[in-house]
Ligand binder design. Structure first.
Ligand code: 5GP
Length: 172
């Protein structure tokens, strides 16, 4: 059941405008590939990249870490690989949320094996109090408390992704 709103649509919109301008300033002279980590990234990646006035490519990677559960399993399986050649490219890895950091660490390792020139993480949300592995988030929307949230791409058992704002999940 949806609980209270943690991040409103207006707040999401404001964060995306800010992140887009921060990223635009960083893009000078770069050859960017935006890689979204499926499926949670979809709304964020599409809204964000539409605000960036710079030539860029988009690709996706999918790993499985969470099943129908609200705690991280800590191990990652590659479900869908990227198809763009990222060698010598500047990768912006787009995540919905960084929780323990284990998923991101594994995804970064997978992409690093393809020899990009750089990898920077863009995440809408971060739960710093849950971190187990240190990961650098170059572009962050906002930090949230240790709550399980859904909406704007984030699911519980594949539901709630289409909810336009971010809510806490009550009694999953
Ligand atoms: P980590 O590996 O950092 O613990 O977890 C990252 C992944 O776990 C995210 O990409 C997301 O799919 C899922 N996740 C972590 N926290 C939440 C949350 O509060 N809500 C939802 N829906 N998924 C989460």
């Amino acid at each position: 059941m949806l609980g209270s709103v943690v991040v409103s649509s207006e707040e999401i919109d404001g964060m995306i405008r800010r992140l887009a301008s921060e990223i635009e300033a960083d893009l000078e002279g770069r050859s960017p590939v935006f890689i979204g980590v499926l499926k949670g990234c979809v709304f964020f990646l599409t809204d964000l990249t539409r605000r960036i006035r710079h030539s860029l490519e988009i690709d996706f990677i999918q790993v499985s870490s969470y099943g129908a559960s609200t705690t991280s399993s800590g191990s990652v399986v590659l479900v869908k690989d990227i198809t763009v050649d990222v060698r010598d490219r500047d990768v912006y890895l787009v995540e919905d949320i960084v929780d323990t950091g284990t998923t991101l660490t594994d995804v970064i390792r997978l992409i690093e094996a393809r020899h990009p020139r750089s990898i920077q993480v863009v995440s809408l949300l971060s739960k710093p109090s849950r971190r187990q592995v240190d990961v650098e988030i170059a572009f962050l929307g906002t930090e949230i408390e240790d709550l399980f949230v859904v909406g704007y791409g984030l699911d519980y058992a594949e539901l709630y992704r289409n909810v336009p704002e971010i809510h806490v999940l009550e009694t999953p």
